[in-house]
Design a protein. Sequence first.
Length: 237
Amino acid sequence: MKIVNVVLLLCLSVTRAQGDHTGGPENDAKHSLGEPGPAGGCVSDGAILTELRALRDMVADQRVQLSGQVEEMRRDNAALEARLNLSEHHVEELKAENEGRPKVAFYTALTNSGHVGPFNTETPLVYSKVFTNIGNAYSPVTGVFTAPVRGVYYIRFTALGYSSPRTVAGVTMFKNDLQIMHNGVYNTDGQHKFVVNAVTVELEQGDKIMMRLPSGYGLYDDISNYTTFSGFLLFPM
Ligand SMILES: *[C@@H]1O[C@H](CO)[C@@H](O)[C@H](O)[C@H]1NC(C)=O
Ligand SMILES: *[C@@H]1O[C@H](CO)[C@@H](O)[C@H](O)[C@H]1NC(C)=O
């Protein structure tokens, strides 16, 4: 409707310009405007009407086009919102899953007091320096790690044998009463010997992992943390 008003105003101002003056440059203006109407003014009524109708049709066309575009945008928006909702839902799910996931990790070392063993019998090793014990699954009293949940665990050890007197260095790992690993090394040259290894093991809730010193074996540890026992829950099952 604004366009129509502009056309009418334009028409009226031209008419006034022509009526107010005579002669001179105004006559030229009159000629350049083409056919003067019977009222000495504007383009003919018929032409204006045609022009207005064309404008009206154009506006109507554009309105139809615009409403189509708006509808399309609305659909796009709804699709985006649905995807966003889905993503938010997934994030919430992951967050809940992560928060509910038990956190289990421990890192210990045997002692600061040097030689341990050899003994006449197999002896439980109690790692007394507890540096990390998330979830409190390792007991520094018994030296036993107890699985708080069913899952796959990664358990590892390092063990240092001492150089003198010459003893065999090594440890045995137990799952409950079952031996699951034995590693040892003979000291043939009077040098310190290291044994390190790890297992990836499935544990039921309450299963126990412990290290034992075989009869006749000797280990060494001091503030350097040579002889360690550590592990973590890889994932629950
Ligand atoms: C997206 O989630 C909001 C708030 O939960 C809800 O009002 C809206 O209807 C959802 N939209 C879609 C497309 O699911
Ligand atoms: C032994 O381990 C603890 C804990 O990680 C650390 O603070 C300490 O410095 C370690 N000792 C040596 C000599 O590396």
